[in-house]
Design a protein around this ligand. Structure first.
Ligand SMILES: Cc1cc2nc3c(=O)[nH]c(=O)nc-3n(C[C@H](O)[C@H](O)[C@H](O)COP(=O)(O)O)c2cc1C
Length: 162
């Protein structure tokens, strides 16, 4: 296992741009914290593309009948088809799901991503956020909590989670 500081890949799946905006703002917050982070649009990306990162943060909206947005479909399939992490390999993830409560499968893409990450042995950094784009205060609270945990995990392996 690599020694800290760990690298963060901040990914976004977004169709009409709202979640992309949110991810860009989160990216700025992470950089302001002097943590090593790269931002990626998920279009054309697969899990393998992020093998050098120890932390994956994913912001995704939901489309269709509870599916990931188009630009995140390929990544979702690659995650689903990937092998669980091998022993000794430790990876972290955090998820923020943006949707609309009007739809019966509210934020379903984030719920499904969450399950896939867990099934593959990724460890959650914080509770997955499920909400609407305009719920800015809740998003800010979630972000503060995430940044707090990121500091520990990225810079100091021993003081993070449990
Ligand atoms: C055709 C269509 C289908 C949608 N389906 C869902 C859905 O199943 N569940 C959900 O929570 N939101 C659904 N939404 C709402 C979007 O996820 C929401 O508007 C989100 O803010 C869009 O973010 P984006 O601009 O990053 O793509 C749907 C929106 C559209 C236009």
């Amino acid at each position: 296992m690599k020694k800290p500081p760990y690298k963060i890949a901040l990914l976004f799946g977004s169709q009409s741009g709202k979640t992309a905006l949110l991810a860009k703002s989160l990216y700025q917050n992470i950089l302001d914290r002097n943590l090593p982070c790269d931002l990626y649009d998920l279009e054309g990306k697969v899990l393998e593309d992020f093998k050098d990162y120890e932390v994956i943060i994913l912001a995704t909206s939901t489309y269709g009948d509870g599916e990931p947005p188009d630009n995140a479909t390929q990544f979702f399939q690659s995650l689903k088809g990937s092998n669980p992490l091998s022993l000794g390999e430790k990876k972290y993830y955090a998820l923020i799901g943006i949707g609309d409560r009007f739809y019966p499968h509210f934020c379903q893409a984030a719920v499904d991503f969450d399950q896939e990450f867990k099934d593959r042995g990724f460890q959650a950094i914080s509770e997955t956020f499920l909400g609407e784009f305009q719920e800015q205060e809740l998003i800010e609270d979630w972000t503060s909590n995430l940044l707090y945990h990121l500091d520990f995990i990225v810079l100091n392996q021993t003081s993070g989670l449990e």
